[in-house]
Design a protein around this ligand. Structure first.
Ligand code: NDP
Ligand code: HSE
Length: 420
């Protein structure tokens, strides 16, 4: 049986999960594959932090990334360091040295992915990154293989575990925002700097990767309008509840004609939709496609074991290619031009919440509010489908009286007009 030698960059939440699962499943891998893995070296930032980590006997722990990426014996490098630099330099160096790559790094894949993937293709090495989107859900392989022959028209995802954990804790357990975020960090869900989680940047990176697989379209960060969850108030959560809705950080890409509309931000989801019931660190991706209709994929979106499982599935695929001498297949080779558009500017319905001025009612806007409700410190209303201009006039009028006004789009009320 062939032994494939691997190196690991990073031994944090994800790296430790990989080491644990590799050891736990070694016997099963040996039973089902024609090869076994040997973890030769692990690079970390600070070795003293890892004195008591449980590594397989003989594994080298180093502070030099080059000990891994320049080692001629290592055939596969798993990158679990995060950030864009120095991960990009390390990956490029490993590719130039003929090593296949597995990465969980959505920041890097969304911003420099195309360039690195071209390099990998030229070098005829594998580059897989299932763990970069939705942690443990194998959504990229589903899109690139199972749904390859279908035509996808919309993807709606809850794809940041930290944000979903925070919103769920605020909604169900009345935990305040700061405590809920601290808990998500302690559980290993958040990024080293959680700004990307709560401001929607991490979900935007993941939507960029998803859109390449689903629509063949490479969106840029600037193409996707983005809002985070930092300003979601208890009154907004309560008013959503009054209308039997849940607030979730959504990432949406919707094809209409030759346009690809997108947004990332909090939205109110009616209870009838499956995504309204996705709680805590769970992620979900609802895919609308011609042949299948709507299919929803749910599972843990972050954490050591789920993420490690996605990395190990990439590892098996790469090991198989190495044994067959067939490396260099693209994970996704779908490309189709489309114009990027904002989903925030198309007509849609909104949940409006007004705090600090209970004298306001919907009486001035009978045609706009389909329903309204009054809570202890707020009132709120659901609009009909309105244009962006009408929304802005409405907000302006409500704010004139000094009230604090917030608005959220209602999921799936978006009505883009297809343009050819
Ligand atoms: P952590 O912050 O927990 O771990 C990062 C690891 O990388 C640490 O071991 C750190 O070393 C090491 N490291 C950082 N910089 C260097 C460097 N210059 N040289 C060598 N080692 C370095 O991150 P996570 O494990 O949470 O995340 C890793 C990656 O996986 C990120 O890209 C993240 O976005 C992605 N990801 C994370 C998920 C999760 O649930 N956490 C889920 C899916 C993807 P040291 O320990 O010495 O500081
Ligand atoms: N910080 C990310 C999240 C990790 O919370 O979803 C998984 O990509």
């Amino acid at each position: 049986m062939e032994t494939i030698t691997i190196g690991l960059l990073g031994l944090g939440t994800v790296g430790k999960g990989v080491v644990t699962l590799l050891q736990k499943q070694a016997a099963k891998i040996a039973r089902t594959q024609d090869f076994r893995f040997k973890l030769k070296s692990v690079a970390v930032h600070n070795r003293t932090r890892h004195q008591n980590d449980d590594l397989p006997a003989g594994t080298i722990l180093t502070e030099k990334v080059t000990d891994v990426v320049d080692d001629p014996e290592i055939q596969i490098v798993i990158e679990a360091m995060g950030t864009i630099e120095p991960a990009k330099v390390a990956i490029c160096q490993a590719i130039l040295n003929g090593k296949s790559i597995i990465s969980a790094n959505k920041d890097l894949l969304a911003t420099a992915g195309e360039e690195i993937l071209r390099l990998a293709k030229t070098a005829k090495v594998d580059f897989f990154y299932e763990a970069s989107v939705a942690g443990g859900i194998p959504i990229l392989r589903v899109l690139s293989s199972s749904l390859e022959t279908d035509k996808i028209s919309q993807i709606t995802g809850i794809i940041n575990g930290t944000a979903n954990y925070v919103l769920t804790a605020m909604d169900r357990e009345d935990r305040d925002y700061a405590t809920a975020l601290k808990n998500a960090q302690e559980l290993g869900y958040a990024e080293a700097d959680p700004t990307n989680d709560v401001q929607g940047i991490d979900a935007t990176y993941k939507l960029i990767i998803l859109s390449r697989f689903a629509f063949g379209q490479s969106l840029r960060l600037a193409d996707i309008p983005r809002r985070g969850i930092t300003k979601i108030s208890p009154a907004q959560l309560a008013s959503a509840k009054q209308f039997k809705m849940k607030i979730k950080l959504l990432a949406v890409a919707k094809e209409a004609g030759h346009q690809l509309y997108s947004l990332v931000g909090p939205a109110a989801i009616p209870a009838a939709e499956p995504l309204a019931h996705v709680n805590g660190v769970q992620n979900a991706i609802a895919v609308q496609s011609d042949a299948l209709g709507e299919t929803t994929y749910t599972g843990p979106g972050a954490g050591a074991a789920p993420t490690a499982n996605s990395i190990l599935s990439d590892l098996l695929a790469t090991g198989d290619d190495i044994v067959k001498g067939d490396c260099g297949r693209e994970f996704n080779n779908y490309r189709k031009p489309a114009a990027a558009q904002s989903l925030t500017t198309v007509p849609q319905r909104y949940l409006i919440t007004v705090e600090e001025d209970r004298s306001l009612t919907n009486s001035n806007y009978p045609d706009l509010f389909q329903q309204q409700t009054v809570g202890p410190h707020y009132w709120s209303g659901l609009t009909s489908v309105i244009s962006r201009d009408t929304l802005e006039k409405l907000l302006h009028t409500l704010e004139k009286n000094g009230a604090k006004v917030s608005y959220l789009p209602i999921a799936n009320s978006w009505q883009p007009v297809p343009q050819e």
